[in-house]
Ligand binder design. Structure first.
Ligand code: ASP
Length: 327
């Protein structure tokens, strides 16, 4: 048995008519029924838990979903598949990965084309996702994203195109496997770390993600320092900001945990290369936490969970050392 849970997204959308935009319309069981080949792979228990565009998903949707899938697996499901919108899939999959403490595969999928469009990719993606969720080689890998027959680790996957069915990539790492002729083929390992235990009712910390551009002022930075529980800076290059940002940034780091990521999209934040004002060495030396190979969106998720489940500066730093530092 595989548990399929639908949150909405393009995979569950149809276009109401000419000139009308796509909107959620397809239930989880309709989605499953549209792929008869699933019957050859597994028994499927399909439930719609939300019907929203993925930009409107909240942390609570994912926390509730994790608890429900946990129960489904305890009751005997061999794996779980989540269908949702692609716009925030790189974040939801990483959040689920940080929460998932079970060996059963947890696979997130969706579609770039609506369910009623010519060449809809949702059915093929669902088939590949269920094939992955029942494959023993997927066990113990945490949360995976299956799109366009490629299997991506949650910690690296990124939506890199607005419309292509091949929109999902893992910059600097590549997919960990692929689904081909019904086979699930892995060619890389998947990094696993301790899952976060988030007790029911925990309020998730508010973390601001800032991406300074050329000659940027510090208005947003100063506002964020007074209003959020934590800040992630997607710095330039290896993790740099302008000299103008140094003083307010270090002042912010006295108030709340600040994590330094890179806006380049691949590679690890530098730690010991540059020494000028605004360099990674100066910022890390003054107490910012390096995001390792996590981009800003994923660092924001990790920082939010780290603050919510502990709050101490040391445990936030340890959370990043354990889950993000290069290895
Ligand atoms: N706007 C849609 C969503 O994220 C896009 C998609 O599903 O591909 O819900």
């Amino acid at each position: 048995m595989v548990s399929v849970r639908s949150l909405g997204g393009t995979v569950a959308m149809t276009t109401a008519g000419p000139g009308r935009g796509a909107a959620p319309a397809v239930s989880a069981s309709d989605l499953v029924d549209s792929v008869p080949a699933l019957q050859d792979i597994a028994r499927v228990d399909a439930v719609s838990v939300a019907g929203v565009p993925s930009a409107s998903l909240e942390f609570r949707h994912l926390l509730d979903l994790k608890a429900e899938l946990d129960s489904a697996c305890t009751a005997g499901a061999k794996g779980a598949v989540v269908t949702q919108g692609t716009d925030t899939m790189e974040e939801t999959a990483f959040l689920l990965d940080l929460l998932w403490d079970r060996p059963e595969p947890l696979v997130v999928t969706g579609a770039m084309r609506t369910a009623d469009s010519v060449g809809a990719d949702g059915p093929a993606n669902l088939l590949a996702a269920v094939a992955t969720a029942v494959d023993p080689a997927a066990a113990g890998r945490g949360c995976l994203v299956v799109m366009n027959d490629e299997i991506h680790a949650a910690r690296t996957v990124h939506k890199a195109h607005t419309a292509s069915v091949a929109a999902f990539v893992s910059p600097g790492a590549g997919p960990v496997g692929r689904v081909q002729e019904g086979w699930v083929l892995f060619h890389s390992t998947t990094r696993r770390t301790d899952a976060f235990d988030v007790p029911a009712g925990t309020e998730i910390a508010r973390v601001a993600l800032l991406r300074p551009g050329l000659a940027d002022d510090t208005v947003l930075l100063k506002a964020a320092a007074g209003s959020y529980d934590g800040i992630v800076i997607e710095g330039m290059g290896g993790g740099h900001v302008s000299a103008r940002w140094v003083e307010p940034l270090l002042a912010a780091a006295q108030q709340v945990p600040v994590v330094l990521a890179s806006r380049t999209g691949a590679g690890t934040v530098l730690t010991r290369t540059y020494g000028y004002p605004g360099s990674e060495q100066q910022l890390l030396g003054a107490g910012l936490t390096p995001a390792g190979d996590l981009d800003g969106l994923k660092a924001r998720i990790l920082l939010a969970l780290a603050i919510s489940t502990s709050g101490s500066r040391d445990s936030v730093r340890r959370a990043f050392e354990q889950r993000a530092a290069p290895r």
